[in-house]
Design a protein around this ligand. Structure first.
Ligand code: TPU
Ligand code: MG
Length: 564
């Protein structure tokens, strides 16, 4: 049925139409009796395609990955048993600033406040606790109670999510999903950025120009939250205008074109690449675009630019020389600054960029971490998205050299292992014309492995590099113990199980460089499903940057408490 032939327009239809209007082509779901009627409505209205996940955690991560590539996403789960599993992934969307519309079915309105005990719940008779839990990881929490108020509640959740780039929650009782409801008005009021406060923006630009003028050595440091801007052109325009050197934070790898002449590498304290460390630590003025200076990014609090030398432009506010300005979005600030900023080319003129070289090994020699990273790097073209999971994959992706247009996705703020398999699937749904590569360690893979089955089901050709180093190597380098060693699996062999009678996934082993090259050639030819290449490397074989970083992070974790 199409929207125009629907006879009775319902709350579910309203939600469905809105999801299509904000630019979604898919929504992700796991069925349960509290959301079945809602799923029917979404299918019936049909603005977005319904895609199923193996479980709600994976559903959330798939939506989170989809939002990274598409700007926003939606997921639908059932009450409590579904939604509580999904909260971890919604936390990721909050931490990583992704507007994921988190939709849960809810109890029949007649059971609310009636003293009834419902299945799937904790066995008490009050059902507000799910919304209360979710409130901490969403920017708007709407529990629908009537068809009359549903439109404004749905609109409020979606508008807030899109403006703040955070997840929002909508709970729809199972007996209201098909309740008659008015049709939506224009979508523009949901999409539009709030009109910037021009007075505040002008003042911020004036302060920023003074900051740049009064510093000799200015550099730009790009942070991960610029992802929410979608396009990188405004940042390039700003760099061109100031003429200075540009570095990116580790979580912002690929958020400035590495083939641009101003690029100087990844700034990550002592594990920086190129001349990024020198550029940032010598600068007396660092323009930080949407950075997150957490303990990982600062290498255990060892390297953070001096606050008095920093201009910090975040998503909704700018702080410069002790003053704070708000009322406009980051994109508006960058655009306005790129039209007014003074020229300060010293940091670019006095530095160079030499890309890291990843050593190769003989084709028949046992596969090494370097050889694996080198071959993966060679696959990356301007239409590639590389998703890199927590673990040594972060450090491997950090040292790769990227052509313009290539993208790297990491989850360095939330850092929840298992994120990458469903997230890469979500990213691939959103951008089917790109090449999707995934680097995931054996430990992380074991959390969400079954989502590969959905790649088989929906014929999504993600190329998965499963790094089998027999354990949690990142943890081994931070703090070793028996808990860092895991049961080995036949990872490549899993593909046969996921394929069952009709799948076209490929599972391959790579124990030498030659086997990896051969597997990559087969993976590229397999367009009808995922290819999992199990790369076997020694447990001790990891990037030296992981070892150095791990020592510092362990030191920060091990600081004794301040007494008195
Ligand atoms: O390359 P490698 O061996 O470092 O990666 P692998 O094998 O994926 O191991 C990752 C190990 C790891 C753990 C166990 N990294 N962080 N953690 C702690 C952790 C535990 N549970 C969740 C949900 N997220 C975490 N980050
Ligand atoms: Mg591992």
């Amino acid at each position: 049925m199409t929207n125009s032939t629907i006879k009775t327009y319902t709350i579910g239809h309203y939600l469905s139409e809105r999801l299509g209007q904000i630019g979604l082509k898919h929504h992700f779901a796991v069925a349960g009796d509290f959301n079945l009627v809602l799923l029917d409505q979404l299918l019936e209205e049909g603005s977005t395609k319904q895609i199923y996940s193996c479980n709600e955690l994976n559903c959330g991560y798939t939506a989170e990955g989809y939002a990274r590539a598409n700007g926003a996403a939606a997921m639908v789960v059932t009450f409590n048993v579904g939604a509580l599993s999904a909260i971890n992934a919604v936390g990721s969307a909050y931490a990583e600033s992704q507007p994921v519309i988190f939709i849960s079915g809810g109890p029949n309105t007649n059971d609310q406040g009636a003293g009834h005990i419902l299945h799937h719940t904790i066995g008490t008779t009050e059902y507000g606790y799910q919304a209360e839990m979710v409130r901490h990881v969403t920017c708007a929490t709407e529990v629908i109670r009537s068809a009359e108020h549903a439109p404004k509640q749905i609109d409020h959740a979606i508008r807030t999510a899109l403006r703040l780039r955070k997840p929002a929650y909508i709970e729809i009782p199972c007996n209201l999903a098909a309740a008659p409801c008015s049709r939506p008005g224009p979508v523009s009021s949901l999409l539009a950025e709030a009109t910037p406060d021009k007075v505040s923006l002008d003042a911020a630009i004036k302060a920023a120009c003074t900051f740049i003028e009064t510093r000799k050595n200015v550099a730009i440091l790009v942070g991960s939250r610029v992802r929410t801007m979608g396009a990188l052109e405004p940042i390039v325009a700003l760099a061109d205008r100031i003429g200075c050197a540009v570095t990116v934070m580790s979580a912002a790898k690929s958020f400035f074109p590495e083939d641009h002449p101003a690029f100087r590498g990844v700034y990550w304290g002592e594990v920086s690449t190129g001349s990024a460390r020198d550029v940032i630590e010598k600068a007396d003025g660092v323009i930080c675009l949407a950075p997150i200076f957490n303990d990982y990014a600062t290498v255990g609090w060892q390297s953070e630019p001096d606050a008095k030398n920093m201009l910090v432009a975040d998503l909704t506010e700018v702080t410069v020389d002790g003053q704070s300005f708000a009322g406009f979005h980051l994109g508006a600030f960058i655009k306005a600054l790129s039209e007014k900023a003074p020229n300060r080319p010293a940091s670019r003129e006095n530095s160079k960029f030499t890309p890291p070289v990843i050593p190769s090994s003989a084709p028949e020699a046992p596969l090494t971490n370097d050889e694996m990273a080198r071959q993966i790097n060679a696959m990356i073209d301007s239409r590639t998205t590389l998703t890199a999971e927590t673990g040594d994959s972060w450090f491997n992706s950090s040292r790769m050299t990227l052509p313009g247009g290539a993208r790297v996705e990491t989850e360095m703020q939330w850092g929840s292992i298992g994120w990458s398999v469903p997230a890469a699937l979500g990213t691939a749904y959103a951008e089917p014309d790109r090449q999707h590569l995934l680097m995931v360690g054996d430990g992380s893979f074991q959390l969400t492995a079954q989502e590969v089955a959905q790649m088989v089901r929906y014929e999504v050709p993600v190329i998965i590099f499963l790094i089998n180093n027999r354990g949690y190597v990142i943890e081994i380098k931070i703090h070793d113990g028996p808990y860092n060693y895991i049961k080995n699996w036949d990872y490549a062999g899993l593909m046969q199980a996921f394929n069952a009678e009709d799948g076209k996934g490929l599972g391959l082993h790579a124990r030498t460089g030659a086997e990896l090259a051969d597997a990559i050639a087969k993976a590229k030819a397999n367009k009808k499903g995922p290819t999992l290449i199990e790369c076997s490397i020694a447990t001790e074989d990891c990037t030296d940057t992981l070892v150095r970083w791990g020592k510092k992070v362990a030191g920060a974790n091990g600081r004794p408490p301040h007494l008195g």
